[in-house]
Design a protein around this ligand. Sequence first.
Ligand code: 13P
Ligand code: SF4
Length: 377
Amino acid sequence: MSVISLGSLARRAAAAPEQEPLPDSYFEASPAELAERIGQAKETLGSKLVVLGHHYQRDDIIRWADFIGDSFKLARYGAGRRDADFIVFCGVHFMAESADILAAEHQSVILPNLTAGCSMADMANIHQVEEAWEHLTRASNRRIVPVTYMNSAANLKAFVGEHGGAVCTSSNARTILDWAFTQGEQVLFFPDQHLGRNTGLRMGIPLSEMAVWDPWALGGGEDPDNYRRSRILLWKGHCSVHARFTVGQIEEARRTHPGVRIVVHPECENAVVEAADDYGSTEKIVAVVNAARPGTTFGIGTEVNLVNRLAHEHPDKTIFCLDPVVCPCSTMYRIHPAYLLWVLDNLLDGRVKNRIIVPERDKQWARAALDRMLALG
Ligand code: 13P
Ligand code: SF4
């Protein structure tokens, strides 16, 4: 029979947020009208407001961001802007939750469209993680350290904090895993198997010392000895956008563009990362392109809004997405200017719509897990 702590029982109560319908006028407004009204609202709200934009946001949202970055940079930046009362997070739900966990009490974090989630984050829930934890800790006589990718719900971050682990992002996964192995002998890494596997391999941990836990399979799906023996226990989750990139696409890019530099995100599967010239977080991809000489050709394996923006910003370079079939992150795309204007109009009228509030019971432990990450860098 499973033993569940009171803290985790309380964690189960989190309800899925629902987006209220917007008045038709927001969808009837032309792009130019939306832009003009967003600009005016931002000006009126002044320094009370800060707009954060993830690199995958569409151009007509990014233009309003006071700060653009990857998940790590945005978490850091949100935590540092104590002067702003309202943090409007143009990204996805788990990012806004993290901003709320790190925000001061007087600050409200707002997600313009509550349906902007992350399909990878949804591949692990608290029930499944508790079940896996119970199974794995019972089977192993070694200390297991839980590490969750930033792309996870707040209650999973809380679980990790409560069990002595930390959060990581794609830009610091190596640092956090190095640290985790100073705390214990095994790491349970969720929800992205690819980031965990790619990082472990670069640390010199062979595949024979990694096992995959499938939350939908009885007992995780592998021989119990594999879980006992392995150093990294990978959750069977993935990003559907990055799963589209293949070694075949890289070979084709090298054939059609001799000299091309291939850069991919570490959410891609290992064979793709190995076939690339470089890999890293969205921020790293931007930095690699910025630092390259004019005339360089890049084939990039990440979300297409970012790739197209880089191509537009660097007319002196040839930049294309490795996936010939456009692959936007459909949930990031749900942050449309109409939603941004709607939340700003409401702020002007004294109403805070779409506030993301992480329950207090999760906040404390989730914060511990995020603070550990921020302290490690
Ligand atoms: P970054 O932390 O690299 O911005 O990645 C976030 C993400 O969701 C990638 O799919
Ligand atoms: Fe989630 Fe993938 Fe979209 Fe990133 S690109 S937010 S991991 S679904």
